[in-house]
Design a protein around this ligand. Structure first.
Ligand code: PHE
Length: 457
């Protein structure tokens, strides 16, 4: 077994580029759109605490394990996993982990592009000035208007997918690397600006109270499952994205430290987004924090429309969301593209068109589930709800569980020791303990209770 492989896709320019890329992948709609509304509908504080606990006790160890497998194989998640399985003389069924991840990634990309399209649309909508001073009903109607128009949704979905292709076609160094090195600093700058605005003009205190006051009554097992699913989703783990990015990580970068930085950035952005959104929402009478998916697209525009200078800030906000979604979606596209290049020996450009085209077609189902197919429901799910639930709450936990078991019990010791060189004994001990005992137990428990709660309680 060769401990150090050479990959065909290249490596990031530096450890810092990996941090930017992984943070770019992690920070996305999950942080800005989903986290605030899921926290909102689960009552705030207690949910946030469980979420942060999941990030630290499950997310970080699993993320380290994924990066380790990726960097060992230096290929797409599917082939890196194959490599780790072969090098460890493990049962070939373990290979399914790579497939499960990449499939989940493709499904997520398909609906992610649709939601990101909403954000693109809202940049124009809010800049047009039409939302000045509107009330909740009018904002709801504006949002419904967008959702009921498949042509408009498809246009934005297509444009967003094209933006992703443009980056991923450039390859690891010139495409992905340069994109994240430009986009991430921009994202942090805009975020800071919005935070200052929220602090000065919003109801910051109410937002802090809401996010950090401990309201246990509002929490259910389903909420705990959502917190864990959200931790997986937001860290981009369980779906090949981080494994693929790990495959391009320089060999001398310390996995543990690097991943802790990424997890810190990601959690910080989720909390800051929550603070921004709820400060603005609470500053406007009559808007509920538990508005659900419409929080960002209905409640927030009302709030922006009622504040002096709000529409300009609102436009900046939706540019920020679009950038965050963009830097995430490229990490969903890359694993499949890398795999197709390896499997069929085709060019990066061709692989991009095939994968993006497939995701685009799958995404049409999500587009239609907001309009012409909105009546078709299976077990209460529309096509979009189903994909969202299936990926975040079923596929990602299963894939995460398998990764913890594989790296905890199956993978050859030499691989771990080689990839984790320079990690202190104490950190190794804690990581091994969490990946062997805490994470598998917690994932299984939460998964079983959450699914039971959802379907049988
Ligand atoms: N982490 C991203 C977010 O929070 C979503 C994502 C998942 C991106 C998986 C890439 C891979 O929005």
């Amino acid at each position: 077994m060769a401990l150090q492989q050479k990959g065909m896709h290249g490596t990031w320019a530096s450890r810092w580029t990996f941090i930017m890329a992984a943070t770019g992948s992690a920070v996305g709609l999950g942080n800005m759109w989903k986290f605030p509304y899921v926290a909102g509908s689960n009552g705030g504080g207690a949910f946030v605490l469980i979420y942060l606990g999941c990030i630290l006790l499950i997310g970080v160890p699993v993320m380290m394990a994924e990066v380790l497998i990726g960097r060992h194989g230096r290929q797409s998640p599917i082939n890196s996993m194959n490599e780790a399985v072969a090098d460890s003389n493990a049962n070939s069924r373990w290979r399914s982990v790579g497939w499960l991840g990449v499939l989940a990634g493709l499904l997520i990309l398909s609906f992610y592009a649709v939601i990101a399209g909403w954000a693109l649309d809202y940049i124009l909508l809010i800049s047009s000035g039409d939302l000045q001073g509107i009330n909740g009903a009018a904002a709801g109607a504006a949002f419904d208007n967008l959702l009921s128009n498949p042509g408009r949704l498809i246009m934005w979905q297509t444009l967003f997918m094209a933006l992703c292709v443009i980056v991923v076609i450039g390859g690891v160094k010139r495409g992905l690397g340069i994109a994240v090195e430009t986009l991430m600093p921009l994202l942090f700058l805009m975020m800071l600006m919005l935070l200052v605005f929220a602090f000065l003009k919003g109801n910051f205190e109410a937002a802090v109270n809401f996010l950090f006051s401990f309201n246990l009554d509002a929490l259910t097992w389903r909420g705990v499952l959502e917190a864990m699913g959200q931790a997986f989703f937001t860290l981009s783990i369980g779906m090949g994205a981080i494994m693929a990015y790990g495959a391009y990580m320089p060999q001398d970068a310390n996995i543990g430290k690097t991943i802790l930085i990424v997890a810190f950035f990601d959690s910080a952005v989720a909390i800051i987004s929550g603070l921004i959104i709820f400060s603005i929402v609470f500053a406007t009478p009559g808007i509920e924090p538990s508005a659900g998916p419409g929080l960002m697209f209905i409640s927030l525009p009302v709030a922006f429309g009622s504040m002096p200078g709000g529409l300009l800030i609102g436009a900046v906000f939706f540019v920020l969301v679009s950038i965050a979604a963009w830097s995430s979606a490229i990490s969903l596209l890359e694993p499949c593209v890398a795999w197709l290049m390896e499997a069929k020996s085709i060019s990066r450009a061709k692989a991009n068109l095939v994968i993006a085209g497939t995701a685009w077609v799958l995404g049409l189902g999500s587009v239609f589930s907001f309009n012409i197919w909105s009546e078709y429901k299976v077990a209460g799910f529309t096509y979009f709800d189903f994909l969202d639930f299936l990926t975040a709450n079923i596929m990602l936990p299963i894939s995460g569980l398998l990764i913890t078991l594989f790296v905890g019990y199956v993978i050859k010791r030499e691989v771990i020791d080689f990839e984790m060189q320079g990690t202190s004994d104490k950190v190794m001990e804690v990581w091994q303990f969490t990946i062997r005992y805490i994470a598998p137990f917690a994932i299984s428990l939460v998964f079983i209770m959450g699914v039971y709660d959802k379907f049988f309680a």
